[in-house]
Design a protein around this ligand. Structure first.
Ligand code: 0WD
Ligand code: CA
Length: 404
């Protein structure tokens, strides 16, 4: 372990590190001991409506259709209804988890981690992350750790003020989702001449204008090593009929057309994120739309999620998923132990509700992770930002329910 240094970037966050996990050396020559990961199964699903209202139904679920080659991914850009960036609160996942627990009490046993899938993806891919740092807020309530992504004010700001060039690239991804999906399950593909408008005034194959408020989310249970986890995430569409299982879920991605060896290596590096993002929710298929720099869809290729590690093995951009699982398992166990040891005994689990400790995990690429307990100012910062009454970052209603 690195020597403990108590210097903090923001005076309001810090007490002192309670845990420092150095970067998992990816060139380690040891045989990675396989940490098992249980196939995820869906517990419950929900939808966000165009007005960003959460509903426990599948109204926002979309169905895969083959997109027209040559489709223009900038189509509809000026009509994009864009959801403002917000803090990655757990509230809707907790509502779903509570609903499941109320309807089917006691089926799951002790759950070690509750998190959005995007956060778990960041944790597992950390050993290979070379550029982006990230932070989490963590609370331990009744034996379960809750993870929330922490975005500083500057990070939130910069996510909202993206450059036009970057903004249109983000839109290409959402537009591809529209070209690839339909509101109803239908065997017909989006065929026809993409330059010829249909009766609704849109080119054939267009699945409807983009509104990023709309999402369909699946909540699954799984297990990493000995830790049972409940993970929620957005699912782009299903192939064929929806059965309530994850086995025909499809993740949609766009990427620049590969033109040479260095493009290929870059794509293979990117596949680690595609892989873990889908793997964590049990999504078996990733369909990638390759596009020109100006946003014309050139080719479409589907990958079977479980085959991706074999595809990159031995290549220039190679990565090893067993190392990530091992790192993730170690991260979870050591974080939990550190929190346990440093929580005042009277505030563990059934202690004073309003006073639960909140922990800040900070990850720096190529360095590793530090964990600190937030001081009062840090906790106030985490609690603020909306009208919900909170204990740390968790809604008060949820903490009361969880400890009941
Ligand atoms: O706003 C935030 N900072 C966060 C939002 C942080 C963490 C979670 N969330 C929300 C998500 O919007 C969603 O409602 O939690 C829910 C589940 O997210 P997830 O599935 O865990 O998120 P992730 O795996 O990171 O992303 C999945 C998809 C993305 O697809 P691509 O193919 O680009 O990976 O969710 C979408 C996006 O389509 N997405 C967003 N869309 C609009 N605004 C955002 C966002 N901030 N984040 C993810
Ligand atoms: Ca996607």
């Amino acid at each position: 372990f690195l020597a403990a240094s108590a210097t903090s970037t923001s005076p309001s966050q810090a007490i002192q590190p309670v845990l420092e996990l150095p970067y998992a050396a990816k060139d380690a020559k040891r045989a990675a001991s396989a940490v098992p990961f249980q196939l995820p199964t869906q517990l419950i699903s929900f939808s966000y409506t165009p007005d960003r209202v959460l509903e426990f139904n599948d109204s926002s679920l979309r169905y895969f259709v083959d997109p027209p080659r040559g489709a223009q991914l900038s189509y509809g850009y000026d009509r994009w209804v864009r959801r403002p960036e917000e803090r990655g609160r757990l509230d809707s996942l907790l509502k779903a988890w509570q609903k499941f627990g109320t309807e089917r009490p006691g089926v799951l046993g002790e759950v070690g981690v509750v998190s959005w899938r995007g956060v778990m993806t960041k944790i597992l891919t950390a050993p290979y992350e070379e550029r982006d740092d990230w932070e989490l807020n963590v609370m331990l309530v009744g034996g379960t750790m809750y993870f929330e992504e922490h975005l500083s004010e500057e990070k939130l700001q910069s996510k909202n003020d993206v450059e036009p060039r970057h903004r249109i690239q983000m839109y290409y991804g959402y537009s591809f989702e529209s070209w690839c999906t339909s509101e109803s399950p239908s065997p017909a593909s989006h065929s026809g001449n993409p330059s010829q408008p249909t009766s609704d005034g849109h080119p054939p194959g267009w699945g409807g204008d983009v509104n990023t408020n709309v999402q369909w989310c699946s909540v699954v249970k799984t297990k990493l090593g000995n830790t049972r986890m409940v993970i929620g995430g957005e699912v782009d569409c299903v192939r064929g009929r929806y059965t309530g299982k994850t086995d025909n879920f499809v993740e949609l991605k766009t990427s620049l057309t590969i033109r040479g060896a260095s493009d290929e290596a870059r794509f293979e590096k990117k596949l680690i994120k595609f892989y873990f993002q889908s793997f964590l929710l049990g999504v078996p298929e990733i369909t990638v739309g390759f596009r020109t720099p100006s946003g014309v869809l050139s080719t479409v290729q589907s990958f079977r999620t479980i085959e991706i590690p074999r595809l990159v093995r031995g290549k220039p951009g190679a990565w090893d998923p067993t190392l990530c699982l091992e790192w993730g398992d170690r991260f979870i166990r050591e974080l939990r132990d550190a929190i346990d040891v440093h929580s005042p005994p009277d505030k563990r689990n059934d202690g004073n509700l309003s006073d639960l400790p909140v922990w800040r995990v900070s990850f720096s690429p190529k360095v590793g992770i530090t964990v600190k307990q937030l001081d009062d100012a840090g906790i106030m910062d985490v609690e603020a930002g909306d009208d919900e009454q909170r204990i740390g970052f968790l809604p008060k209603w949820y903490v009361e329910y969880a400890l009941d």
